[in-house]
Write a protein that binds this ligand. Structure first.
Ligand code: 1HN
Length: 351
């Protein structure tokens, strides 16, 4: 699948050259021609492996963790989804962290903030579980997409009688690649609530903006409730053609700018009509998928993943993917597309 032709073939090294390499190494220098072929590739190296995590397995492990450590002691009780090729590093792609978080009934996770941007895709919750961002508590319901922008104070709580579980997506590996990580706790264990819930949604949800509005980089909207997103997909299905490569696919936007919801991470929701099979697609942004509804099979390079609700799978960079839905299915996904686009690196191909 990956092309084997190289951009630069390593030249034969004479004994004299090898002796030179020793002297170079002693002075912290190295011959580029020995590594050029690996550094500069004609096509992206995948950087991670195609992989899937079954929700029932991850959930069972997470519940075991729930019996052994509190959300408070763990700070965040999250099982990192470690890409099998990442050898113990908590990353699902070279630039993204993904994990599954549990807050048990009656628990809270303390308020902190960090440079990394986070998204939540809610998998399970009782009535009343919330995440609070900058003094506003947002109720978490299954399928909701929720933002925690960089450097905003956030905490989680679950006053309901059922476990609250969600998928976390963060740009941690990217932030650390840039050596740009800061983090701190709020002076209070739990930040005070200073805004009523739905403040932003009520202002921006109707696609109206205040006349004095000035575009900002940060999205004013922190929660994208599933009911509205699902309705939008249905509307698009009724009115528009089905894209052969994506089915019916929408991207979450910052309603103030029409741009991505975060500077580093894009997120999408796509509907695959019953029995629909997509044509092959590839892009340079490795993408994490989570089934929101229904069942299907995705072919990722040479691998095949049969998924059901809440299963998570990852499609590496530049690896062809096709999805086929058994019944009607909905897939949530996220990637580092905005970061790649702002750096002028992003490419896609409809095969
Ligand atoms: C974090 O702060 C949260 O606030 C979730 O819920 C996952 C993964 C790595 C680093 C920080 C949260 C995280 C995280």
């Amino acid at each position: 699948m990956n092309t084997t032709t190289t951009f630069h073939a390593r030249p034969e090294a004479s004994p004299e050259l090898k002796a030179l390499y020793q002297r170079l190494s002693a002075k912290h220098t190295a011959p580029l021609w020995e590594v050029l072929g690996e550094l500069v590739t004609p096509q992206p190296k995948a950087g991670c492996a195609a992989a899937m995590w079954r929700y029932d397995e991850v959930r069972a492990l997470l519940m075991d963790a729930g019996a052994l450590i509190s959300a408070q002691d763990a700070e965040r009780r999250v099982l990192a989804l470690q890409n099998p090729s990442a050898r113990g590093l908590p990353q699902i792609t070279p630039t993204l962290f993904a994990g599954v978080q549990l807050v048990m009934p009656g628990e809270t996770a303390p308020t902190h903030r960090h440079s990394a941007s986070a998204l939540r895709f809610v998998l399970e919750s009782g009535e009343g579980a919330y995440t609070a961002v900058d003094g506003e508590r947002t109720t978490m319901r299954a399928g909701d997409f929720i933002l925690t922008p960089s450097w905003t104070y956030h905490d989680h709580g679950n006053p309901s009688d059922k476990p609250a579980i969600w998928l976390d997506g963060l740009d941690i590996p990217m932030v650390n690649l840039f050596s740009a990580s800061f983090a701190e706790h709020h002076p209070d264990e739990i930040q005070p609530v200073i805004r009523p819930e739905g403040d932003a949604l009520s202002r921006y949800g109707a696609a109206l903006l205040p006349v004095e509005f000035t575009p900002e980089r940060r999205s004013p909207l922190l929660s994208y409730p599933y009911a509205r997103s699902r309705e939008a997909l249905d509307r698009l299905q009724r009115n528009g053609p089905v894209d052969p490569v994506h089915g019916i696919k929408m991207q979450y936007v910052n309603p103030a700018t029409g741009g991505y919801p975060m500077p580093t991470i894009a997120a999408f929701l796509q509907l695959l009509p019953k029995g629909f099979e997509t044509r092959a697609y590839r892009s340079t942004d490795a993408t994490v998928f989570c089934a929101a509804e229904g069942r299907g099979t995705s072919r990722v390079g040479d691998e095949s993943f049969a998924w059901g609700p809440r299963d998570v799978f990852v499609v590496p960079s530049w690896t062809p993917v096709t999805h086929s839905a058994h019944g009607e299915a909905v897939l949530f996904s996220f990637s580092d597309r905005p970061a790649q686009k702002s750096l002028g690196l992003w490419r896609e191909r409809r095969d």
